[in-house]
Design a protein around this ligand. Structure first.
Ligand code: 6R9
Length: 635
């Protein structure tokens, strides 16, 4: 019997119980029935969280690209694997079939081999959202090189840090990239970064914007001529289950970015299984995740998860606002997208521009709406549900992390009844625990605390590149024998989980623990408010007090800021209590955000505390310019 595709709630509970009671049997069956192996494993799982050491499918041999591409060739060779939608809506979309993907990945892999790249070498990929990004990633996997994709919006400094940390020998980039009306000189950024990277021997350059760029003799090569003469056949390197597949950097609350290391077999099995179920993907459907492949969401749910299922995955080069805020819906209509996966920050930005732009397009193909990246507030949830889903497409609020490799807590659409702002139930095989500060597990329902995971799952990161000690300290030291997520969560009366936000965002005001997320939710209910971020600042009497940074939907319309401040505090008093009222409220044109859309509370916290000495590297922000304006107008 196959448990691969869950179809109703009773089945979810049955399969979930099995996955917890007999995890090894469970994952063995999934691995056996749904993937191709060069050799099966000797042991399904070996683990010890105290070291920490985790191995899945030890002894197995495979190549993930044979699972993502080769095995589909006989049945789906002419099916579109990657559907590329360019930045400019006037440029034609490109349909890359599984057969073509096979050829292009092999050619790219052969070029890498010619450049001297071998199994285990690190390859930095700094390419915009064009087909070559996915192809380069898969080409590395084909030959067993470890890819390190760096989001092509990071600064030269951030890029250099990442290249050096994992000692990359080659960088793949493009002459430039398009982003809405703008074009960006990516190669220039790479040149600047490489002034500080001795490890890099060569740079392969994809032509995208046809700009005049500097090519360093002996180091830089145009990719296309090399591809043109490369063979379309490239034997897949046979990998061990636990060989590293990729490194992906994620920023910690302090220190340099952490290069999370993901390995081959477990990552493949889990991302494929979650993709199939969380999106209820069926053959011939069109799936679109708007993330960038530079983030874990893109790795797992644009590239590996969808392709392992033989799906059609849309790869969008542009931005939601170009040529106007209707672009997402235009693409949904044009390609008849069935599953749409995006982030709350995008939803809020679109909501700000009203629903009229949606009504111009036919969104009837949509069956599942996904959300990822941060807690989705009530207002955004309803806007998404009512206007995009027309109340008919379930929203899956998927909670997971770069470190977890795949979704951890999420509804299964048409199976798990959804509840606004709740990620609902753990995915199959996931054993969450809610812990109190003293390290005791809070059993039963209606509890709130720190979110941990008690048992290994196949796609968990195995280490931090070059720093296993930091991996242990960050994730396995706060609580005995548990993976600590860094997030807070509550479990409601029926056992549904709601992620309450990073626990480092908890502020203690007059001895009361206040999470920033519920306060922000209350504020965001105000019709004039677009977004808000709450941080703590030192206060003589209360210990800490609350400072709110707020952006308005239409700044011109609400000139009476004093009145607005009163209304905000009244909302907070109504929703949470007077204890959560804000001492200071600053209106601002924007909030500093990471490239993946997360508000950088660290910076706001410093400004609120009047400590501008060490704001850290703000160059990696999406909007570094707002920082100065916030400083200039601080209260
Ligand atoms: C996949 C991804 C991880 C952090 C995570 C949490 C927040 C992600 C969320 C969510 C509430 C959700 N987060 N999804 N919070 N609800 N559905 O985003 O990975 O970039 O590593 O971020 O994002 O705080 O710990 P990553």
């Amino acid at each position: 019997m196959s448990n691969y595709h869950i179809k109703h709630l009773e089945e979810y509970f049955k399969v979930y119980r099995k996955s917890i009671r007999e995890p090894e049997n469970f994952w063995e069956e999934i691995a056996e029935e749904h993937f191709v192996w060069r050799k099966k494993w000797d042991k399904v799982l070996d683990w010890d969280f105290s070291k920490p050491a985790v191995k899945w499918f030890e002894g197995a041999k495979l190549n993930i690209t044979e699972n993502c591409i080769d095995r589909h060739l006989t049945t789906k060779g002419d099916k579109t694997a990657i559907l590329f939608e360019p930045n400019d809506p006037k440029e034609a979309a490109e349909h890359i079939t599984y057969k073509q993907l096979h050829e292009r990945v092999n050619q790219f892999a052969n070029v890498l081999k010619d450049q001297g790249v071998k199994k285990g070498d690190r390859v930095c990929i700094y390419v915009p959202m064009i087909p070559e990004l996915a192809i380069a990633t898969l080409a590395c996997a084909r030959i067993g090189a470890i890819h390190s994709v760096v989001f092509a919006g990071f600064s030269s400094k951030a890029l250099a840090t990442r290249i050096n940390d994992s000692d990359c020998k080659i960088v793949i980039t493009s002459d430039g990239s398009y982003r809405g009306k703008k074009s960006i000189d990516l190669k220039g950024i790479v040149d600047e970064a490489l002034e500080n990277c001795d490890c890099v021997e060569s740079v392969l350059v994809v032509k995208r914007i046809n700009s005049e760029i500097y090519m360093k003799e002996g180091r830089d090569k145009w990719l296309q001529p090399l591809l043109d003469t490369a063979s379309k056949e490239c034997k897949a390197e046979i990998m061990d289950a636990e060989d590293p597949l990729f490194i992906l950097y994620t920023s910690g609350s302090t220190g340099k970015p952490k290069g999370m290391v993901h390995t081959t077999a477990g990552y493949m099995v889990y991302t494929a299984y979650t993709f199939k179920n969380a999106f209820q993907y069926r053959d011939n459907q069109v799936y679109w995740c708007t993330a960038d492949i530079g983030w874990i969401t893109g790795h797992s749910y644009i590239v590996y998860g969808p392709l392992a299922n033989g799906a059609t995955t849309v790869l969008f080069e542009g931005v939601p606002s170009y040529p106007d805020f209707g672009r997402f819906w235009e693409i949904v209509e044009k390609h008849k997208v069935n599953q749409f996966y995006t982030a709350p920050t995008a939803i809020r930005a679109l909501a700000k521009h009203g629903a009229e732009l949606i009504d111009k397009y036919d969104l009837s193909s949509l069956k599942v709406l996904g959300s990822v990246g941060e807690p989705i507030n009530e207002e955004a949830w309803h806007w998404y549900n009512d206007n995009v889903g027309k109340g008919k497409s379930p929203i899956i609020d998927t909670w997971w992390q770069t470190e977890t490799g795949g979704m951890m807590i999420t509804p299964i659409p048409y199976v798990t009844p959804t509840k606004p702002t709740y990620a609902t139930l753990p995915f199959i095989g996931i054993q969450p625990a809610i812990m109190d500060e003293k390290g005791a597990e809070l059993k039963g329902n209606q509890v709130e605390g720190r979110l941990c995971i008690k048992y290994p799952w196949p796609s968990m990161a195995r280490t931090i590149w070059g720093n296993h000690q930091r991996y242990k300290e960050t994730y396995f030291s706060a609580f005995d024998n548990m993976y600590f997520t860094g997030d807070g969560a509550l479990r409601d009366e029926v056992g549904y989980y709601r992620i309450t936000g990073r626990v480092d965002d908890v502020i203690i005001v007059s001895g009361h623990n206040l999470g920033t997320a519920p306060i922000e939710d209350a504020i965001n209910e105000h019709p004039a408010i677009a977004e808000s971020a709450i941080v703590g600042f030192p206060h003589d009497i209360k210990g800490s007090a609350l400072y709110g940074y707020i952006t308005l939907k239409d700044a011109g319309e609400y000139r009476d800021h004093n009145n607005l401040k009163k209304e905000i505090n009244q909302l907070i008093t109504d929703r949470i209590g007077p204890i959560a009222k804000l001492d200071k409220i600053q209106f601002s044109d924007g909030l500093p955000k990471t490239r993946s859309g997360k508000i950088m509370r660290r910076i706001l916290r410093k400004i609120a505390s009047n400590d501008m000495s060490n704001l850290g590297d703000t160059s990696t922000l999406l909007n570094p310019e707002v920082v100065q304006s916030i400083i200039d107008n601080r209260l």
